[in-house]
Design a protein around this ligand. Structure first.
Ligand SMILES: Cc1cc2nc3c(=O)[nH]c(=O)nc-3n(C[C@H](O)[C@H](O)[C@H](O)COP(=O)(O)OP(=O)(O)OC[C@H]3O[C@@H](n4cnc5c(N)ncnc54)[C@H](O)[C@@H]3O)c2cc1C
Length: 381
């Protein structure tokens, strides 16, 4: 019997597995794909995410470093540059493979190309049924993403209101063309889809171009994507789509012998769609909880509830405020977009969300104190 079985090799699962294996726990990672596998993602890994990772990424994984943002709404555009780095751009196949290999180096056993069919628990262990047989462990960490099999044991399925849909394609471009277009900034387009945004991120030899949107009340994302690409003047490349949960909603994250991390737990910033930072943070906290549970030989729901407390002490309040911010922002979209693209100080504050030095609550407080001034500038324009 394993101490811990971890399902999924995204940033959440790979991080959790590295930490449990490094602590000497007998760890098995089960991944349905063969690594390196494709993962649809913008690949913006924020400084906050990097600080959660707690290890230095090899330079070869970093395709670009970002020191600013450009925000666009209609014909308005505003740019801001920072001295400190805001994020690095990575390709998820390579990042996730690297993080998983670190877990293997730390002593975890990896089973690739093996799909988990179900997870259940009896008094003595968790039982993981896969396409290659049944495996037992003291505890299971469900890091199997938005369509988590493991989550069925913990919480109700995400409702359509709790899910966003994103489309992304890699648009080939020379690095000179990328430098000329955007160099070292992320570009965010508001108003191109209802209640979310489009992005253009600079990578090595291509742009990551995507849109994210609510699935409720928006039936033609492919048409919106096509229009977005055409407006940018880029060649059309057929995008791939994937769901992502809306974070900041109170959900259960643990049950007897089971913990959920990353997208499986719904840990995504509701406004920006950033998920890797919270996947990594929750992977760390789940591993800490499992290490304690192994020491105390207590895998009950009561013992594992300390995981939720750890998340509350770390990032859950920020996710809650990102949800509230998103609701307010999209309640008055035209006013919000115009304030954002017309006032550099607002954008300067906003981009510091990526560093973790500013949270959504502080951002909202700051905007509230400055709102009369910025609303007035909006009226005059
Ligand atoms: C289009 C798009 C763009 C995004 N851009 C960004 C961005 O720029 N920056 C950012 O921070 N976040 C971004 N996100 C969000 C981010 O991708 C996710 O939040 C993040 O990948 C969550 O990591 P995870 O480890 O929880 O799950 P995942 O990365 O989804 O990993 C889950 C793993 O579990 C495996 N798995 C699933 N089911 C099973 C099973 N039954 N058995 C075995 N294995 C299984 C999968 O193959 C996968 O390897 C984006 C999301 C989308 C959809």
């Amino acid at each position: 019997m394993y101490d811990a079985i971890i399902i999924g090799t995204g940033p959440a699962g790979a991080t959790a597995a590295r930490c449990t294996a490094a602590a000497g726990l007998d760890t098995l990672i089960v991944e349905k794909e063969i690594l390196p596998r494709v993962k649809i993602c913008g690949g913006a890994l924020s400084e906050y995410a990097l600080s959660n990772l707690g290890i230095r990424l090899p330079h070869s994984l970093i395709e670009r470093e970002c020191f600013g943002a450009r925000i666009r709404y209609g014909i308005s555009s505003l740019e801001s540059e920072t001295r400190e780095r805001l994020s690095v751009m990575v390709s998820r196949d390579r990042l996730d493979h690297h993080l998983t290999m670190l877990a293997v180096d730390a002593g975890a056993e990896l089973m690739e190309g093996v799909r988990v069919r179900s997870v259940h628990t009896d008094g003595d262990c968790a039982i993981v049924e896969t396409t290659k047989g049944i495996f037992r462990s003291k505890v299971v960490i469900g890091a199997d993403g938005v369509n988590s099999v493991c989550a069925k044991n913990v919480r109700p399925s995400f409702t359509p209101q709790e899910i966003n849909f994103a489309l992304e394609a890699e648009i080939p471009a020379s690095n000179e063309r990328i430098d000329e277009y955007i160099l070292n900034k992320g570009e965010f387009h508001f108003g191109v889809v209802p209640r979310e945004y489009g992005w253009v991120f600079p990578k090595d030899g291509h742009f990551s171009v995507g849109i994210a949107t609510k699935i409720m009340g928006f039936s033609r994302p492919m048409d919106a994507y096509r229009t977005f690409i055409k407006g940018l003047g880029f060649d059309y490349v057929k995008p791939s789509g994937h769901f992502l949960p809306v974070g900041g909603i109170d959900r259960k994250t643990y049950a007897n012998r089971i913990l959920l991390v990353g997208d499986a737990a719904g840990f995504v910033d509701a406004f920006l769609g950033e998920g890797m930072a919270y996947a990594i943070a929750s992977g760390n906290l789940a591993a800490e909880t499992v290490i304690d549970a192994c020491q105390n030989d207590d895998f009950s729901q009561g013992s594992l509830s300390s995981y939720h407390k750890r998340c509350m002490n770390s990032f859950l309040p920020n996710l809650k405020y990102s949800y509230i911010f998103s609701k307010i922002f999209y309640r008055y979209p035209d006013l919000s977009f115009r304030i954002l693209v017309n006032n550099e100080p607002v954008l300067n504050k906003f981009i510091h969300l990526a560093t973790g030095s500013l949270g959504y609550l502080s951002l909202m407080k700051w905007i509230t104190t400055h709102l009369p001034y910025y609303a007035a500038t909006f009226m005059w324009k």
